[in-house]
Design a protein around this ligand. Structure first.
Ligand SMILES: Nc1ncnc2c1ncn2[C@@H]1O[C@H](COP(=O)(O)OP(=O)(O)OP(=O)(O)O)[C@@H](O)[C@H]1O
Ligand SMILES: [Mg+2]
Length: 299
């Protein structure tokens, strides 16, 4: 597909978004407003803290609570959500970006009927998407997510523009840390950029691999003390997932721990966190994720 064709595709899609925005203002026939999809980014400063496991398990737990869940692997260069779920997709987001496939065509079904948009692994160019490519992905995503209750975005680690842009499009940003000091300092750096460059005002902290519930809360308390003093962003405590060797065992078997060991400590945490997501009040209103992204570009 040539550049001009791609531009036209983006323009056409944005027209459809405009039409859709008009539709959203309308009420359903029963007088209620149409439901909005909750968009949650799961992100971290440091790599390997457990984001992908959290997305996979939260997704399954939410679907067991009756929610229709879509999970987006936004680690575009080194995606592995599919591997964790034991899936072997033929197509992924790189085929959407190249125009070979539509979003619908690359969706896979995972455990509990959760749906997954897989990313590619080892395509370095995807770690530096152009604005046009990002708009293309987000616009197509916007058209797709209406039929879902929740979209969970599994981002890459760090402060690359891909990571920051996906976070900026979400209504809720869950920052994952482990008890290691390096993960805390990296999370701090991520929050600083989100606050200063992306004007984010809220995020939530999730402590993974905590030794106890108490340790999770204590890490948050210490963290919040620093954030309140030096960052212009409010950090709420989202909760913790306990350190549990069953998580590693499940990863090796390419299954999520909630499915393989439903009574293990980590699985119980995921069940509780899913209830929190279900009852979460949003701090940002959704205007369509691509609209949020455009706003950010204009800023
Ligand atoms: N609660 C936990 N208890 C014990 N081990 C865990 C837990 N959560 C994650 N792990 C371990 O950490 C490893 C990394 O997890 P995961 O791949 O989800 O991290 P990530 O943040 O997505 O990494 P990346 O930044 O590379 O995308 C897992 O393979 C697992 O072995
Ligand atoms: Mg990951």
């Amino acid at each position: 597909m040539g550049l001009k064709d791609k531009e036209n595709k983006v323009i056409n899609l944005s027209k459809r978004i405009g039409e859709k925005a008009g539709m959203i203002k309308n009420k359903n026939s029963d007088g209620k407003y149409k439901k909005e999809t909750r968009v949650i980014a799961i992100t971290s400063g440091k790599g390997g803290v457990g984001k992908t496991n959290i997305v996979a398990n939260l997704g399954l737990a939410l679907s067991r609570l009756g929610k229709k869940v879509l999970m987006l692997d936004a680690d575009l260069g080194l995606g592995n959500l599919d591997v964790l779920l034991g899936l072997a997709p033929k197509y992924n987001l790189s085929h959407v970006i190249s125009g070979e496939k539509s979003m619908e065509e690359i969706i896979l079904k995972g455990p509990g009927n959760v749906e997954i948009l897989p990313a590619s692994s080892g395509i370095q160019e995807l770690t530096q998407l152009s604005k046009q490519q990002k708009i293309q992905i987000l616009t197509e995503l916007d058209l797709l997510i209406d039929s879902f209750d929740v979209l969970l975005i599994d981002t890459a680690a760090g402060i690359s523009t891909n990571v920051l842009d996906f976070n900026a499009t979400a209504q809720e940003i869950l920052i994952v840390v482990s008890p290691e000091p390096t993960s805390l300092t990296d999370a701090y750096a991520l929050m600083k950029v989100l606050s200063m460059k992306y004007s984010e005002k809220h995020c939530r902290l999730l402590v993974n691999q905590a030794a106890s519930d108490q340790e999770g809360r204590e890490i948050y308390r210490q963290y919040n003390r620093v954030a309140e003093r030096f960052l212009n962003i409010s950090v709420k405590y989202f909760g913790c997932v306990l350190f549990d060797e069953k998580v590693t065992k499940s990863v090796r078997r390419q299954q999520v721990v909630l499915e393989l060991y439903p009574d293990s400590p980590a699985s119980k945490c995921f069940g509780m966190l899913a209830k929190k997501v279900k009852n979460m009040k949003t701090s940002k209103t959704t205007e369509g994720i691509s609209n949020l992204f455009w706003k950010h570009l204009v800023q």
